[in-house]
Design a protein around this ligand. Structure first.
Ligand SMILES: [Zn+2]
Length: 164
């Protein structure tokens, strides 16, 4: 059993992010969303702009920081190795939005999900590149994060601090 809530009850654990007119509640964002930097240089996966920090829920920060530390050590603290793995390519953190092709909110709406290297781990791709990188998967596994790469609709770029 992980330290994280089942994704059906994330409101109880992370709070309710819903505001008015399809927007997140600004007070909830202010109270719950924090910034976390990676030990390596991070850029946006879509246009390679420098990212100074990921925005996530405060309850995930310590755990995700440990995940990043484990990955950084596993790489030999090598930016080149991180780049080979695709962990330098940030593809999403806190983002208030619906699930792809769905009507429910994405786990990103609670700030408890992160995406990396979307080009090589696309939504629906049953052979995501992260399947070949146990160093990254094991670091998230050790903290109880769930990987989307083995789902019926694979989402190999995605990890979440919520059980399914
Ligand atoms: Zn995601």
């Amino acid at each position: 059993m992980s330290q994280w809530p089942h994704q059906s009850v994330v409101d109880d654990f992370y709070g309710d992010p819903r505001g008015k007119n399809g927007e997140p509640n600004p007070a909830w964002v202010e109270a719950n969303i924090v910034r976390l930097s990676t030990p390596w240089e991070l850029v946006t996966a879509w246009d390679f702009q420098r990212v100074s920090a990921i925005r996530i829920h405060k309850k995930c920060k310590t755990s995700l920081n440990r995940v990043f530390g484990t990955i950084w050590d596993a790489s030999g603290q090598s930016q080149q190795k991180i780049n080979e793995w695709g962990m330098n390519l940030y593809a999403g953190g806190f983002n208030f939005r619906l699930m792809r092709g769905g009507t429910r909110l994405s786990m990103h709406s609670w700030g408890c999900a992160v995406d990396f290297d979307s080009a090589r781990n696309g939504f629906g791709d049953a052979t995501p590149n992260f399947a070949n990188i146990p160093q990254v998967r094991s670091a998230f596994d050790a903290e109880g994060w769930t990987w989307g790469g083995t789902w019926r609709k694979p989402d190999g770029m995605h990890w979440q601090a919520a059980d399914v």
